[in-house]
Design a protein around this ligand. Structure first.
Ligand code: FES
Length: 156
């Protein structure tokens, strides 16, 4: 029974592939022999735990550049930008004029190819219309070497 539990736990750990889940699987295998390992560990199709924010390595966001992540609430693309060294922000890629996708930041601006609006790459503020509203912003938190996208911020 113990050997079978260890084998099953090992297979489940490989299938899950996460260190945190591996820890849970080993706990199930070693500490709870009364339960079959399959009942103690979630299957490979288990949903991601809440709080797993979209993130990118900070090294992928140069000063003046960006990396793209997806807003889990809307599914829209969001640019994580670094307008100046060590300052990060998230800006929606959806133009506030008619919803086209704006281009990634270049020369301090984001340009919408549909009708020519431009937005400030640090704040999302409108530089030139026809858009009149800024790009929605997101909080970005640096956690170690990762940049994590927070929720969309309220518009002023
Ligand atoms: Fe972007 Fe019109 S949709 S300027």
């Amino acid at each position: 029974m113990r050997r079978r539990a260890l084998l099953d736990g090992g297979i489940a750990a490989v299938a899950l592939g996460g260190a945190g889940l591996l820890s849970g699987s080993l706990t199930a295998a070693f500490g709870r022999e009364d339960l079959p390992p399959a009942a103690a560990a979630p299957g490979p199709a288990a949903p991601r735990p809440a709080g797993n924010a979209p993130s990118v390595p900070a090294a992928q966001v140069p000063v003046g550049g960006s990396a793209t992540v997806k807003d889990p609430a809307s599914g829209d693309a969001v640019y994580i930008v670094q307008p100046s060294a060590g300052k990060y922000a998230g800006l929606s890629s959806v133009c506030t004029h008619s919803g086209c996708a704006v281009n990634p930041p270049k020369d301090g601006r984001l340009y919408c190819p549909c009708h020519g609006s431009t937005f400030d790459a640090a704040t999302g503020a409108v530089i030139t219309g026809p858009a009149v509203k800024p790009l929605p912003g997101y909080a970005v938190t640096k956690n170690g070497e990762q940049l994590e996208l927070g929720p969309q911020q309220a518009q002023a």
